[in-house]
Design a binder for this molecule. Structure first.
Ligand code: PFF
Ligand code: NA
Length: 447
């Protein structure tokens, strides 16, 4: 996109689709379900919902507002706005840590994107048909145990991302998002319907929505907040970058609400689809990142039309992962392109290959390096934990603090079209509730 005349989204719908394309991805289905399972269920879900509403919504609005005012990449936008408002240029660090987070996240995101790609192809060749839970478990174990095969799929996924970003055709994907996103929602509804026939639907609902507060620790609350940031693509500079292409006529609060509701509904549907299958097969919900990759194929193997449904599901999941991954690489490439003499293609290749190399280290955590632990975590978990529980909350905190404390209250209110009681509510949430929430969760979670 031209740097001189900063381009804008061709329409409001385009912007909503791009934001939704970034938000809806592996985070809603793969990560949400396994985090819920690992964290004991309903208490995590309810805290996550609270984080989405009280922290996610205001931070999403704040990131878009910063991007729209700055009309530049996140680092420059923060630096310029800080200068204009008489603040330290160090605010640019908020943009920089966002780009770093995007880089780190994409490395392991691509590994899981590779799993999804592999399952898509596996569905085509009928690898999963007629397998029981043990059979699927063995297949998945075989995948994890083979660094060569994992590398192959990770490379394939990353190559797709690099290809699309290098050609700058990200905007061409919007038509696809528009048709495939409803397809994903529809398929999830079908799977929830299947869950109702397993006889374990009530158990799944209780697991997801009837909390046992006694089991809640600071770690669970921090994990729930990290999930809220991850799933909404917050704290990564991405929403700021998207905001920089935004026209004055877009209603930020209303649009944020739309994107957040869509993202949340998809995550909850995914949970209601997966947990009945988990319980019906006598599996543990706390089996970690493999949860959907072991449970869903078992269900697809048992239901009528399962072969085609399974294929469609993993195809749509791969597509959702791709649109999110593209949005992760984009800010990294933009930065390299602006700060170096490299062309877009060269910048994309270099950034993409660096991400890819880190991804190799991440995927070896599942096999040859599974006993390499740093702070007690393998490389995959370390990348995930450090980004979702540290970088994203801190970056998001910086964004909301900046908007609420460094920009003029009146101008923010008029930009957000807020008056009276609503403006008052926004002011209190943005100034106190969201930042204090993040700080309290962050501090208690780490201690
Ligand atoms: N929000 C995406 C998901 O839920 O899968 C993942 C993601 C995309 C995170 C883009 C961060 C990001 F910047
Ligand atoms: Na998401």
């Amino acid at each position: 996109m031209s740097k001189l005349v900063h381009a804008q989204w061709s329409s409001k719908m385009t912007f909503v689709l791009a934001a939704a394309g970034s938000a809806v991805g592996l985070g809603n289905i793969w990560r949400f379900s396994y985090m819920v399972g690992d964290s004991g269920g309903a208490a995590f879900v309810l805290i996550y919902l609270a984080c989405v509403a009280l922290v996610g919504l205001p931070i999403l609005v704040a990131e878009w507002l910063i991007g729209r005012r700055g009309q530049e990449n996140p680092i420059n936008a923060m630096a310029d706005l800080a200068r204009q408002n008489g603040r330290l240029p160090a605010w640019a660090l908020v943009g920089a840590s966002g780009v770093l987070a995007a880089f780190l996240i994409l490395s392991f995101y691509s590994v899981i994107g590779g799993w999804s790609l592999s399952y898509t192809l596996g569905s085509v060749t009928g690898r999963f048909t007629g397998q029981d839970a043990d059979g699927i478990g063995a297949l998945f174990g075989g995948l994890l145990g083979s660094p060569g095969i994992l590398t192959l799929w990770h490379t394939a996924f990353m190559a797709l991302v690099i290809f699309i970003v290098a050609r700058g055709v990200t905007k061409g994907l919007e038509g696809a998002v528009r048709t495939l996103m409803p397809g994903l929602v529809l398929l999830l509804i079908v799977l929830v319907g299947y869950g109702m026939t397993t006889g374990h639907f009530g158990e799944a609902l209780a697991f997801m929505f009837r909390p046992d507060w006694s089991a809640v620790t600071g770690g669970v609350v921090l994990a729930a907040m990290g999930q809220a940031f991850f799933t909404l693509s917050l704290g990564m500079g991405i929403m700021m970058a998207y905001g920089s292409y935004l026209g004055e006529d877009v209603n930020l609060v209303g649009t944020a609400r739309t994107v957040i509701i869509l993202d949340t509904v998809i995550a909850l549907l995914a949970g209601m689809a997966i947990f009945p299958i988990v319980f019906a097969n006598g599996m543990s919900p706390a089996d970690g990142p493999g949860l959907i990759f072991v449970n869903l194929p078992v269900a697809f193997g048992n239901m009528t039309g399962g072969a085609i449904l399974g294929l469609m599901f993993f195809l749509l999941l791969t597509f959702a992962a791709l649109t999110s991954a593209i949005s992760l690489l984009e800010p990294v490439v933009e930065l390299v392109e602006e700060r170096t003499p490299l062309t877009r293609v060269a910048a994309t290749l270099i950034s993409g290959v660096a991400v890819w190399a880190l991804g190799i280290a991440a995927l070896m955590s599942f096999n040859v390096w599974d006993s390499v632990l740093i702070f007690g975590l393998n490389i995959f978990d370390l990348l995930d934990t450090f980004t979702s529980k540290v970088l994203l909350p801190l970056t998001g905190l910086g964004a909301i603090l900046f908007v609420a404390w460094c920009l003029e209250r009146q101008s923010v209110a008029s930009e957000l079209n807020l008056t009276g009681g609503k403006e008052q509510l926004w002011h209190v949430v943005a100034r106190y509730v969201a930042p204090i929430g993040v700080i309290v969760v962050f501090v208690t979670g780490l201690l």
